[in-house]
Design a protein around this ligand. Structure first.
Ligand code: NAI
Length: 247
């Protein structure tokens, strides 16, 4: 894997898929900026782990749903490193309920945390990357943004919105040399899915041709490819990492 850029910001990177993306990208030689919202200790531990393995890492705490905080964070990174080479919008939440019981507040909270935050990240990245005419962004959406899912009208809308938004950013970024792509994970073994009851897990696994949940590393390697120079002719694309659950 070859990277011409120097650094990457990964949102929600103190655990789960985001932490694995940080490990993998640091392993490929990028300085990783680990964003966290409340888990400072976990973020510091990940930084130490990456440094012990010979990589470069920095920690940056902010709430991605806070527009000004996100803007300030990107400013801090550019002031420190002279640029932002890559961005991975990974932070995300769920607030599942059947639609008939879902309040507008429940709906808006998830849209703000998942979609509005990614919009702010993409917009700010496009501004700073345009100055260098170099950069690449990957947004982490979800299989349910492609298929829908009962109990997740808010989450699926946020992730489906990300897929469409990424294609629009790709069109605006292309003349400036900036690529935008989406990864749509299926069921991945992290905190987000560990709470599922065994019966429900088994029912999902029965629908997955590869017969298992995915590993965070399998998402991280796909993100690395999309960011890398090897994917230089790929933009506005959505790559499914779902074990064949939805083709
Ligand atoms: P996770 O819940 O383990 O990690 C999500 C991270 O985002 C956490 O560190 C959390 O603190 C952070 N975060 C949430 N809201 C934030 C905010 N406002 N500001 C800053 N950080 C915030 O979840 P996981 O599984 O690692 O998910 C990562 C991404 O992958 C999410 O966008 C999720 O929707 C997506 N995804 C996960 C799947 C799975 O099966 N685990 C499947 C499809 C998509």
């Amino acid at each position: 894997m070859h990277f011409s850029g120097k650094n990457v910001l990964i949102t929600g990177a103190s655990r789960g898929i985001g932490a694995e993306i940080a490990r993998v990208l640091a392993g490929y030689g990028l300085k990783v900026w680990i964003n966290y919202r409340s888990s400072a200790e976990q973020a510091d531990a990940l930084k130490a782990e990456i440094e012990a393995a010979g990589g470069q890492a920095a920690v940056i705490g902010f709430d991605v749903a806070d527009e000004q905080a996100f803007i300030d964070a990107i400013k801090t990174i550019v002031e420190s490193d002279g640029e932002l080479s890559y961005l991975v919008n990974n932070a995300g939440i769920t607030k599942d309920k059947l639609a008939m019981r879902m309040s507008v507040a429940d709906f808006e909270e998830v849209i703000r945390a998942n979609l509005v935050s990614a919009f702010v990240g993409c917009r700010e990245a496009l501004k700073v990357m345009s100055k260098k005419r170099f950069g690449s962004v990957v947004n982490i959406a979800s299989i349910v943004g492609e298929t829908g899912n009962a109990g997740q009208v808010n989450y699926s809308a946020s992730k489906g919105g990300m897929i469409a938004m990424t294609k629009s950013f790709a069109q605006e970024g292309a003349p400036r040399g900036i690529r935008f792509n989406t990864v749509t994970p299926g069921f991945i073994a992290t905190d987000m899915t560990s709470g599922l009851k065994d019966q429900i897990k088994e029912a999902y696994i029965a629908k997955i041709p590869l017969g298992r949940f995915g590993e965070p590393k399998e998402v991280a390697e796909t993100v690395a490819f999309l960011l890398s120079d090897g994917a230089g002719y790929i933009t506005g694309e959505t790559i499914k990492v779902n074990g064949g659950m939805y083709m």
